[in-house]
Design a protein around this ligand. Structure first.
Ligand SMILES: [Zn+2]
Length: 225
C-alpha cells in the first residue's frame, strides 16, 4: 500500500517537473474533460449496406468516417472510445457483436455516444445525411439536432430536423446517443462522394463540431446559476 502511494507521489512529482520544464508549450487539454464513445457501425461478417454501383461496403465507410471523427474530437481535447478500429466485427456472431458493442456503449462516464452508418433506400433520388435519436430522449434529441444542423451547414443543404427512432445504439447508452446516417449509398452521386476522402473529412468534422457544440451548450447550461 505504502509502495503504491510512493509510486503515485513520484509520478505526480515527475509529472509536475515535466510540465514546468516545457513552459513554452500550450497547456494540454484537461484530460477526460469530455468523453465520447464512437461506434463504426457493422464490421467483419456484417458489411451492412453496399453501394449498388461500386459494391463499396458500408462497414468500411463507417470505419473511415469514424476514424476521422475521432481525430477531430481528439484534436479538440475530447477523450474518445472507439467500439472498433479495424475492419473486424466485435464477435463471431451478430449476437456476440451486439453484446460487446452494447457493453462499450454503456460505459460509465461518457458524455455522448455516436454511431456512424451509411443509408440505403429504394428511391435512388433520396440523398443527404439523417441523424436519429432514441424517441423520447430529450438530451439525445438535442445532440441529434446539433449534429444534423452542423452537417446540413457543412454540406450547404437546407435545414433538416433530427429523426426519432428506436435503434440498439441509441437505446442502450445511458448517455445522450445518436445514430448518424452520413448519406445514401443508393444515390448514384452520393455513393461516389461518400468514398471521397475530402467529403468524408467534411462530414466527420461536421459531426465532431455538432457533438462539441452540444457538449459546450450542456456545460454552460450546467454552469448557469
Ligand atoms: Zn448501417
Amino acid at each position: 500500500m505504502k509502495n503504491r502511494l510512493f509510486v503515485l507521489l513520484l509520478g505526480l512529482l515527475l509529472g509536475c517537473g515535466k510540465a514546468a520544464a516545457a513552459p513554452e508549450r500550450e497547456p494540454l487539454p484537461t484530460p477526460g474533460q469530455w468523453y465520447v464513445i464512437l461506434d463504426a457501425g457493422h464490421g467483419g461478417f456484417d458489411a451492412g449496406a453496399s453501394g449498388p454501383d461500386t459494391g463499396v461496403k458500408e462497414s468500411d465507410l463507417n470505419l473511415q468516417v469514424a476514424l476521422l471523427v475521432q481525430e477531430a474530437l481528439e484534436d479538440a481535447g475530447v477523450r474518445v472510445l472507439m467500439t472498433r478500429t479495424d475492419a473486424g466485427a466485435l464477435g463471431d456472431t451478430k449476437r456476440e457483436d451486439m453484446a460487446r458493442r452494447g457493453q462499450l456503449l454503456s460505459i460509465e462516464g461518457a458524455d455522448a455516444a455516436v454511431s456512424i452508418h451509411m443509408n440505403k433506400f429504394t428511391d435512388r433520388k433520396v440523398r443527404g445525411p439523417m441523424v436519429f435519436y432514441q424517441a423520447g430522449a430529450e438530451a439525445g434529441q438535442a445532440l441529434a439536432a446539433a449534429v444534423i444542423d452542423s452537417l446540413t451547414d457543412a454540406l450547404d443543404l437546407s435545414p433538416r430536423l433530427p429523426n426519432p427512432g428506436n435503434n440498439f445504439v441509441t437505446r442502450v447508452p445511458p448517455c445522450p446517443a445518436v445514430l448518424v446516417e452520413c448519406g445514401f449509398l443508393s444515390h448514384p452521386q452520393e455513393e461516389l462522394l461518400l468514398q471521397e476522402p475530402e467529403y468524408q473529412r467534411a462530414i466527420a468534422e461536421a459531426i465532431a463540431r455538432g457533438v462539441l457544440s452540444f457538449l459546450e451548450e450542456k456545460e454552460s447550461a450546467a454552469a448557469a446559476p
